[in-house]
Design a protein around this ligand. Structure first.
Ligand code: NI
Length: 236
């Protein structure tokens, strides 16, 4: 059996980390490496390896891993420890059905409280999405656009769950957008949503959002069933 390359070899730690910053430095470093694929899906992260790498005790490592698990970037598996999560956790249809519930509710609560600055910011994200060709940026801007419409919802725990779902989608888009043949995403859905939100028409906004997410899950499901996607998953 050939030795797997060490997933941590791409991580450079510059000098000692002050104890009070250890958790956040470890968390940020690992998050960046998972998001850009340096640490691949399925890689197991051992607490002791990380403690050695960062030159810290296992306590901040454990805390950082817990944060990453809460962001759905890691799964903790018995006898295996923390493992980098797959790009789509479980069933895409179920994931999106849940997102529609959560994001519709956040949108309902947020619409009456949004200001004209929020509308302008959302419109700027759409303009940027229209001209952007970098997949990493497209994923990020899509998340920011959606969040800008939900952000005034007063329920912070709801927003946290919404944000987790958007982060999961961002990560998926980053790796698969090109292969899905969606180099240029139409901004028609986003524009229609924003118009409904600007009219403060809650029912129409929610309907637009549902259509938008249902279209996304259709594209993703078709893609995941394709031989191309299966080949990509197998090589990960
Ligand atoms: Ni979108």
């Amino acid at each position: 059996m050939t030795q797997k390359p060490n997933p941590l070899s791409s991580i450079k730690v510059s000098g000692p980390i002050p104890a009070h910053l250890a958790r956040s430095v470890i968390e940020e470093t690992l998050r960046a490496a998972i998001l850009d694929g340096r640490i691949p899906c399925g890689a197991a992260l051992r607490q002791q390896d990380l403690a050695d790498l960062f030159g810290v005790s296992r306590m901040p490592v454990r805390e950082a891993l817990r944060q990453l698990e809460a962001q759905s970037l890691l799964n903790v598996i018995a006898h295996k420890g923390a493992v980098v999560a797959p790009l789509v956790q479980g069933d895409a249809v179920e994931t999106y059905a849940l997102r529609i519930l959560l994001e519709s509710e956040a949108l309902r609560l947020s619409i009456p409280l949004l200001t004209s600055e929020d509308f302008q910011q959302a419109a700027r994200y759409i303009d940027e999405l229209e001209t952007q060709h970098d997949y990493t940026e497209i994923g990020r801007l899509n998340r920011l656009f959606h969040m800008s419409l939900y952000s005034k919802a007063p329920n912070r725990r709801l927003l946290k769950l919404v944000d987790d779902g958007l982060n999961e989608e961002e990560r998926f888009l980053r790796f698969n957008l090109e292969a899905m043949g969606l180099g240029k995403l139409s901004q028609e859905d986003h524009r229609a949503m924003l118009r409904a939100v600007e009219d403060r028409d809650v029912e129409r906004s929610v309907k637009m959002l549902e259509q938008h997410l249902n279209r996304a899950v259709e594209v993703i499901t078709r893609y995941l069933d394709s031989p191309e996607a299966k080949k990509r998953q197998a090589t990960k």
